[in-house]
Design a protein around this ligand. Structure first.
Ligand SMILES: [Zn+2]
Length: 159
């Protein structure tokens, strides 16, 4: 089982706003939970820093909460990113939607394994919402995620 309750004992690294070359990345040695629910954007250098953060965990447990939707199409396609995320447990992703008519926007936390989220109608004006991630991209990520076996989190047995 790849999803489930998060390991509460892991220290949380909370990233917010825009991830770029100035984002401080301090890595706890015994693993961490990376909370990205408040991330609003990622520059290409920010992606490089994320890769560095994840690879520096080198085998320690890593959980991801609120994977930002700009990363969802990239992880299955960009080898370096895919490798960096391979060992992480993705607890949830943040999917954004906006209304092309009135500009209302929302963000929703959902499972990386589906079902494919529906963006529905705008709660302000009733127009169909525009999803930040298409169903095709969401499915491609879910396929990538399922094909990569993820080891179960260590059950408190630490060496
Ligand atoms: Zn609207």
């Amino acid at each position: 089982m790849m999803l489930g309750p998060m390991v509460q004992s892991l220290p949380t690294i909370r990233l917010a706003g825009r991830i770029d070359e100035n984002t401080p990345l301090v890595v706890p040695r015994d693993g961490f939970c990376l909370d990205m629910t408040e991330v609003r954007g990622i520059s290409s250098r920010g992606i490089g820093r994320l890769v560095k953060l994840l690879t520096s965990a080198s085998g320690a447990p890593v959980e991801i909460r609120g994977l930002p939707d700009p990363l969802v199409p990239l992880i299955p396609r960009v080898t370096q990113l895919g490798e960096a995320f391979r060992g992480a447990r993705v607890h949830s992703m943040m999917l954004h939607a906006d209304c092309p008519t009135c500009g209302h926007s929302l963000a929703r936390e959902c499972s990386p394994l589906g079902p494919t989220p529906a963006c529905g109608s705008c709660e302000e004006c009733g127009s169909p919402m525009r999803c930040g991630v298409s169903p095709e991209i969401f499915e491609a990520f879910a396929r990538w995620y399922r094909q990569d076996p993820i080891p179960p989190p260590p059950g408190g047995a630490k060496g």
